[in-house]
Design a protein around this ligand. Sequence first.
Ligand code: HEC
Length: 177
Amino acid sequence: MSDHRCAFANQNHLRQAIEKYLYATSFFYTPANIIIVLLSVTSNMVMAGPQPSKADPKNIQQVQRGELIYKRFCSLCHGRNLEGQPNWHIPKADGKMPAPPHDKTGHTWHHADIVLFNITKHGLAPPHAPKGYQSDMPGWKDTLSDDDIWAVLAYIKSRWPEENLQFQIEANKNYKP
Ligand code: HEC
């Protein structure tokens, strides 16, 4: 997935950058060079730590933008008040699942940001669903920008009570790709 932002991705970039740097300077190993490499490694390791969420339920501007996007593109299935479709946990006659609520009665808040982002962008596709999984959840990558998707997630999160928000903050910390 091209937009997978995680510490591991950062570490890989970091390693590649260091390898390139070492290669470029391999004819020129002075103590000063080695110190520069060490400094850039440590500063990058600090930066690769937990990233702040890009969907911030306390950011009023982002939430307002997300609300407009939600009403236009998501509410048809997930409900104007985020209530989801009736009997959302029972498969329909066609075997597909109804749209779940995005409020505290659903399970959106069980998932880490990056999972919600990927599902919104690409639909229920691997690695978040089995290959060939049939779902009515569209992928929004051709309609919504990444910033639009983070905004709509900020709006959804702004509707969760504090305890669900806290649960999801932990889910973000514990998420392993
Ligand atoms: C055409 C109906 C439809 C629209 C419109 C729609 N969804 Fe969905 N969505 C679904 C269905 C159905 C599921 C459940 C899919 C499944 O389990 O197979 C779902 C699931 C999801 C999930 C996973 C929730 C979870 O708890 O696992 C997220 C996140 C999501 N939708 C976000 C959105 C967002 C954001 C929008 C608007 C940009 C949107 N959806 C618009 C039908 C829709």
